[in-house]
Design a protein around this ligand. Sequence first.
Ligand code: NI
Length: 189
Amino acid sequence: MIYPITAYGDPVLKEPAQDIPQDFPELKELVDDMFATMYHAHGVGLAAPQISKGIRLFVIDSEPMMDDEDKGKGVKKAFINPEIVEEDGEEWGFEEGCLSIPGVREVVYRPERIVIRYFDEEWNEHEDTYDGMTARVIQHEYDHIEGILFTDYLSGLKKRLIKNKLSKISKGEVDADYKMSFPSMTKKR
Ligand code: NI
């Protein structure tokens, strides 16, 4: 199934997510649905809070971000209960976007390399090193499960410049080519 993507302004995007217990029902199906939702929206990463689930899970497929010399080196993977255990290398800037914040793109600086420990869908534990664009996609999605959005890194000036856009997104005044769910729709009456 394709989930609607939770828009900027929903509190679930600002809360640290919870660890997933090993008896979590239908985890594989959820992972499949998250990949389907991500591809449907032409994203390269999707974190569970972006479908309003406050759990430590994200999926990525960094292949579309690979430049010509790195074609085929993209990573398609689900990360369950991940922990970034090391982050180093030179910080580099790249213009990021987010499926929860359509139409907003800003340069974010992140360290070059990460070491991440996580479980796969079979509950095998892994510790992998990633760098470059794949590391960046992982860092962006990892932030989501920590309740951090890329807009949180912007300077005060940049934040003021996009304030109106963000407030429009949270009110549903946005044109995305995928289904979204807006805070105003879930508000209790
Ligand atoms: Ni995002």
